[in-house]
Write a protein that binds this ligand. Structure first.
Ligand code: PLP
Length: 410
């Protein structure tokens, strides 16, 4: 299989063809948000120019066209993640909204003494909603820690018990780039009768993800990290679960009948999509899915491996670089977090920006993980299909220059 060549697809991303501080832009911050190909921008533009109308409401032609395009986007997403039916795909605002909704929907099933199991490598959006639900219900939030920079699977097994009701884990860590063995963990979780929630924000954009093969109960992800627009995300849930769960948002679109004092709900998936949905954004996400399918997720994953190995070697060649996570590349996807000895990551990121290289610096919305690692902040270089080995070289050169600058030899 031929990996994707980032150079060949850069023409689809005109934003990349610009200079920052008089240097050609190198964008290495796709884990925060990815760039969007013209196909996505044009699909949204077409919606507004040609078929803008609300969905599921009018009987007029524009309304029908908009509804068809919106529901077509849902079908594309369902097939992209291997869902058994499009009724299992709920459009949300993003991963954070998906996790918040899920935590609130599962709240009635949590009681004092119950446990919610998460890992220390979670993004805040997979921590804080569970903290809130645990505080309200008296359930206990239990953490699994790391071993040699990876999720400690013995710790997972040891902490699963009949009190565990929900296990919520990142598929790929947004700080360490480590892929967790979800399919294996799913068996253990189901053995104790708990739900498995997976945060796919960093995996769905990079790896072929099949919810049925992984046997997850719920999967959440964001459109904007997979070449789609902001303001749209997906909450996947097994139909049997979603049928049982009560909505947490109420209003138009989600009702069957409203009486003066009470109401009944319509069918899935609309029962869980109150109000006018993000129509253009869903259509944009559908176009992103088409674009990713055309590239081929297997080829994209192969390119990711190649580029990451190249970046890894490049970073290791810079004296004073400390890479976080396990000491090998195995199971890493999409990104590398690191620091430059003696320099604050924010200073380094600012210096890199002057070289045209965009990376992220900070705690990456994972403060418990950074505390656990004993570090306040890191740099993070994250890759996507439009990146090249030259981009990795530019980062390495810019790091060397940054070191010289701060050492006063510039
Ligand atoms: N989970 C992970 C692993 C992430 O990387 C992110 C975003 O950085 C999120 C959740 C939150 O995603 P969003 O801000 O799109 O809701």
């Amino acid at each position: 299989m031929q990996p994707i060549d980032g150079r060949q697809i850069q023409k689809d991303f005109p934003i990349l063809d610009q200079q920052v501080h008089d240097e050609d832009l190198v964008y290495l911050d796709s884990a925060a948000t990815s760039q969007k190909p013209c196909a996505v921008i044009e699909a949204m533009d077409r919606y507004y120019q040609e078929i803008n109308a609300n969905v599921h409401r009018g009987v007029h032609s524009l309304g029908e066209s908009a509804t068809q395009a919106y529901e077509e986007a849902r079908r594309k997403v369902a097939s992209f993640i291997g869902a058994a039916s499009e009724r299992e795909v709920i459009f949300t605002r993003g991963t954070t909204t998906g996790l918040n909704h899920l935590a609130r929907m599962l709240e009635p099933q949590l009681f004092p003494g119950d446990e919610v199991l998460i890992s220390i490598m979670e993004h805040h959006s997979n921590i804080v909603p569970w903290q809130q639900v645990c505080q309200r219900t008296g359930a206990k939030l239990v953490y699994v820690y790391l071993k040699d920079g990876r999720l400690d699977l013995d710790d997972v097994k040891a902490k699963l018990n009949p009190a565990t009701q929900v296990v919520s884990l990142a598929h790929v860590s947004n700080v360490l780039g480590i892929e967790n063995p979800i399919a294996e963990i799913a068996d253990w979780v189901h053995d104790v009768g708990a739900y498995l929630v997976v945060d796919g924000a960093q995996s769905v954009p990079h790896l072929p993800v099949d919810v049925q093969q992984l046997e997850v109960d719920f999967l959440v992800f964001s459109g904007h990290k997979m070449m789609g627009p902001t303001g749209i995300g997906v909450l996947y849930g097994k139909e049997s679960h979603l049928k049982e769960l009560e909505p947490v948002e109420f209003g138009g679109e989600m009702i069957d009948f409203v009486f003066e004092q009470e109401s009944t709900w319509t069918d899935l998936p609309w029962k869980l999509e109150a109000g006018t949905p993000p129509i253009a954004e869903a259509i944009g996400l559908g176009a992103a899915v088409d674009y990713l399918n055309d590239l081929g997720m297997d080829r994209l994953a192969a390119q990711d491996k190649d580029l990451l190995a190249y970046l890894w070697r490049g970073l290791q060649s810079v004296e004073g670089v400390e890479i976080y996570g396990p000491p090998s590349l195995e199971g890493r996807t999409g990104l590398i977090s690191f620091n430059l000895e003696g320099l604050h990551p924010h200073d380094v990121a600012t210096a890199l920006d002057y070289e045209g290289v965009a990376v992220r610096a900070g705690h990456h919305c994972a403060q418990p993980l950074l505390s656990y690692l004993g570090v306040g902040a890191t740099l993070r270089a994250s890759l996507y299909a439009y990146n090249t080995k030259e981009d990795c070289d530019r980062l390495v050169q810019a790091l060397e220059k940054t070191k010289e600058f701060f050492n006063g030899t510039f």
